[in-house]
Design a protein around this ligand. Structure first.
Ligand code: FAD
Ligand code: UDP
Length: 387
């Protein structure tokens, strides 16, 4: 796309997966890449570090899972993996039961004859199907199945979703709820992807390896807005000079224009970490608390990473919160709605005049991407750029 020697320079804003993968790909194709990252460290939301000696994810628990072989092979250049299948329990009616809700959860919560009757009815109603949306169950014509659906909806989804998104479940896009199905069987894995792994040494070393390239420089503690200027006539200035190479932006688009058209809504989290001098805190790496508590889940990191650390453990409670730009809060989740996507489109139209400005990643594309999708988006964008 860019041929003159002066143009074989690129600026990448953000050192999460979207930014780091794009930077590495461009660097491998001969670009000199400058990464501007406003945090004090690389890795974006994947950043992990030893907290009191326990490997901890600073931005919430992250598990790599994918069906995308290309993404897996790409990342495998920078890390070895340990297999890890994520299993979550939910604290429901005083018991720990598997989430996604499955036949075992039913057996824990219902009398055995009722659970057996429901198993039979579900197997007959959804032949050959191993997962179903809770909303399908609620609308099933069989009153027993519909009642089960309502039980699961009420006890697993209604209050968790209201806490997480700060609005009634009816107002949350069904695609969000359907990330977590009801399982018609005993598979108790949280994800069904064929590849489920954790990087052997953690995510941060993966990023260090990816960014360890002679063509890449990383400037931390640098808000790109202090270095880049978007001019009215469609140019991008870097430190006051016109910059003609690609600028890949992985932050929130509204913030790049000081929220001129209004703030894009995101959901944030207050993350409350605690180090405990005990071998084990809870029976699974993640326990969801859908109902009574103000937090949504507790993560116990060493059960996620497999780290041996007798006598000590680190836990994290997640309290959902309303996001406010420019307050130091993190924009974690884009909020799916017609209005938010319309506002996002208006921002993208504002940016259309900048021919060398590209948007990639969960914030920049305003999409509820898992990390594999962010990596995939970055690989696609860089393939276009190096053509
Ligand atoms: P980010 O990782 O957010 O990186 C963006 C980077 O840009 C940040 O480092 C930010 O500081 C920087 N930046 C933004 N604006 C500027 C600016 N103006 N100047 C300089 N730098 C800037 N996915 C999974 O696959 N598995 C999981 O288990 C999983 N768990 C999750 C748990 C939580 C709590 C959350 C919120 C997400 C989870 N995800 C998970 C999704 C995963 O975090 C995203 O897919 C991933 O972060 C997307 O990478 P990204 O590069 O687009 O964004
Ligand atoms: N969800 C729920 N109860 C649960 C788990 C998930 O209601 O026990 C809903 C909730 O709306 C949540 C969505 O399903 O936001 C997606 O869950 P997931 O675990 O994928 O969320 P993430 O890990 O991305 O925060």
């Amino acid at each position: 796309m860019q041929n003159s020697p002066a143009a074989r320079q690129a600026v990448v804003v953000g050192a999460g997966f979207a930014g780091a993968v794009t930077a590495r790909e461009l660097a491998d194709h001969g670009y000199q890449v400058k990464i501007l990252e406003h945090r004090a460290q690389i890795g974006g939301n994947m950043y992990d570090y030893p907290r009191d000696g326990v490997l901890t994810h600073l931005y919430g628990p992250h598990i790599f899972h994918t069906g995308n072989q290309k993404v897996f092979e790409y990342l495998s250049r920078f890390t070895r993996w340990v297999p890890y299948e994520h299993r979550v329990l939910g604290r429901i009616k005083g018991k720990y039961v598997p989430i996604p809700f499955n036949f075992r959860s039913m057996e824990e919560l219902f009398p055995s004859e009722e659970a057996a009757m429901l198993r039979e009815k579900l197997t007959a109603a959804y032949p050959g199907q191993d997962r179903v949306s809770v909303l399908d169950l609620v609308h099933n014509p069989d009153p027993d199945i519909a009642r089960l659906g309502e039980f699961v909806f009420e006890n697993v989804f209604v209050h968790y979703t209201a806490k997480q998104w700060g609005m009634p479940v009816e107002q949350v896009d069904t695609s969000v709820i359907n990330r977590v199905p009801v399982v018609l069987g005993y598979d108790d894995r949280y994800f069904r992807d064929p590849i489920q792994m954790m990087p052997e040494q953690g995510f941060t070393p993966l990023f260090e390896a990816m960014l360890d390239h002679e063509n890449i420089t990383v400037e931390l503690d640098t808000d790109a807005r202090s270095r880049l200027t978007l001019t009215e006539d469609g140019r991008i200035l870097l430190d006051g000079e016109t910059f003609t190479g690609p600028v890949i932006y992985t932050g929130a688009p509204d913030e790049l224009l000081d929220c001129r058209l209004g703030a894009l809504p995101y959901r944030s989290l207050r993350l409350d970490f605690e180090t405990l001098e005990t071998d084990s805190f809870q029976p699974a790496s993640v326990v969801n608390y859908p109902n009574e508590e103000d937090f949504t889940r507790i993560t116990e990191f060493k059960k996620l990473t497999g780290q041996a650390m007798p006598g000590r453990t680190v836990i994290l409670r997640e309290y959902p919160a309303k996001y406010q730009p420019n307050t130091g809060m993190e924009a974690y989740y884009p909020i799916d709605s017609e209005e938010s996507h319309a506002l996002y489109q208006r921002y993208r139209e504002e940016f259309a005049r900048y021919g060398n400005l590209y948007f990639c990643g969960r914030l920049a594309e305003y999409r509820y991407y898992n990390m594999d999708a962010a990596v995939d988006a970055a690989l696609r964008l860089s393939a276009e750029l190096v053509k």
